[in-house]
Design a protein around this ligand. Sequence first.
Ligand code: SAH
Length: 264
Amino acid sequence: MASPKAMSIPPSRPGFVSFVSAGPGSPDLLTLRAESLLKSAEVVLYDALLEEGMQKLFPNEAECVYVGKRSGAHSKTQEEINELLVHYGKQGKQIVRLKGGDASVFGRLGEEIQILRSHNIPFQIIPGVSSVTAGISELNSSLTLRGVSRQILIIDGHSIVEDPKSASYLSSFPGTLVILMASQKVEIVASILLELGYKKETPIGLVEKAGSSSSQMQISTLGEAKEYGLKLSTDGPGILYLGETLRETYNLYQEHAKTISNLP
Ligand code: SAH
């Protein structure tokens, strides 16, 4: 029989996981609630962050584990992340699972919730600023525009590239299209969208490192994007926007480019 000393003692309080949205990059785009939870965390499991300032908010005494992925390079598999959540949850820790942008947008949140539910570990989700809204702000534009765009469709680039046929419904979508995980394959995405029936004059914007101090943006037309691509100017994440709501920004950009080229 095991001696009482060898038996593991259950934690005196249950563990708790806060899925905290980190926002797109800059720490001043964190919510106040996110900041306060971060400051009192015992464990922080964090994704790739664009600015170092965010890490300064982690408590010195907290256990902080980087579990991020950037451009396909994964520091931990999803299974390993799930195991860490359960491991610390069972130890009775107050855990912050810090996710880029808004936790609920392409963040594998569903899988992590499922694993916690299956182990009866309680959790909460703190919403935040997604790159979807941060990027359109960098373009000085709006996702919706009265009389122009009353719908927004958010999609990942892989699903367009891997199965263009099943993306054919996009051709009749009348609103603003937002494409994540596609900045490295703009030419192929543009050529598929043109084949699906998008007009070559449709404005397309690319924003890299949106919501950070080193963000970059460019705007073109779908036709030009297919011909020449949109050259990446950073090694950070990028997001694409398509639709008539970008027309004014595009026109202003063209005007500006003309003025510059006319300078003696
Ligand atoms: N939950 C995140 C999205 C995670 S999926 C959010 O709400 O923003 C990862 C993709 O999001 C990247 O490939 C890129 O397309 C986009 N992305 C994330 N952060 C970004 C940023 N700061 N600027 C531009 N795109 C970003």
